[in-house]
Ligand binder design. Sequence first.
Ligand SMILES: Nc1ncnc2c1ncn2[C@@H]1O[C@H](COP(=O)(O)OP(=O)(O)O)[C@@H](O)[C@H]1O
Ligand SMILES: [Mg+2]
Length: 326
Amino acid sequence: MIEQDFLLYVKDLTKVFIIGGRFLGVKLVAVNKESFSLPLNKPEIFTIAGETGSGKTTLARMILGLIEPTSGEIYYKGEKITDLNYKKNRLKFMREVQPIFQNPFEAFNPLKRVDSYLFNTAINFGFAQNRQEAMEVIDRSLQAVGLSLKEIEKRYPHELSGGQLQRVSIARALITTPSLLVADEPVSMVDASLRMSIVNLFKDLKEKYGVSVLYITHDLTTAYYISDRIAIMYRGNIVEMGPVEKVMLKPLHPYTKLLIESVPEPDIDKRWQGEIKLSAQEVKEFSKLGCKFSDRCEDAKDICFKEEPKKIFVDDRWIMCHRYIS
Ligand SMILES: Nc1ncnc2c1ncn2[C@@H]1O[C@H](COP(=O)(O)OP(=O)(O)O)[C@@H](O)[C@H]1O
Ligand SMILES: [Mg+2]
């Protein structure tokens, strides 16, 4: 079976949100029948990049099991994790697939010492039997991210910088010797001057410990430096996916070209919180016929407004654009 050959295999994954009431609401297809995979025995940094609202977080949350897909399947090491049976027994998955969240200050309780999280992880997942053993395991993980237990012992979150705290959350994730980190905008809350050093850690972890990383970002600069492969998302679809040099140095999809030319700035205020209110225009774009990018595309043909393009393989990458379908 094909799914056995992959660390992660995402197939036709779809998430539809109903905005404004169960019966009269509008359907918003946040992720639209998307598929991709990460190889099993070859650690890789796979980046999903796109503007705010393109569906990146929804995709990550489905993979982590935090929200239910509307349809489609996810396999981890050949096992279908979207199965009910698998969900009941998620311990192995929770140990091997670790999330890294956007805001480290939200991931830690301000009233709890940060080392308590590390001790809990080491002991609860069975990586240490007692405090002494835990200290060794924790110190090793902290060393891997350029810190030490001495530096953070007895400290509270507000006593550390955003960059240090994000390193601590990566160290916490490493305690369980994961195969995959799912990092959703892990440096967007970190000082710009420190971003590169933190994303470089992912590269380090891949090379030294064989950890794969699903790196989710709207920041193409960091993506370029650390990724092996990249997928560009637009309105719920991966419109171009392939080796990072190919996609970023010789982009083919009109949206990838636009994105690379404009290199968008992070807009933290735009992040949704609680209830979502989309503008009429946004909802229209999500439910429009044909290629979702057609209204913004300078080369749109008739067919682009009518039919969703199929994915085709051109010059080493997958691309979803009528221009390349002969
Ligand atoms: N819980 C939700 N309810 C309704 N709509 C949502 C919800 N979560 C996300 N969305 C919508 O889905 C789309 C994709 O959002 P998201 O996955 O957060 O994108 P990104 O992470 O790329 O910014 C957005 O239009 C967003 O408003
Ligand atoms: Mg997001």
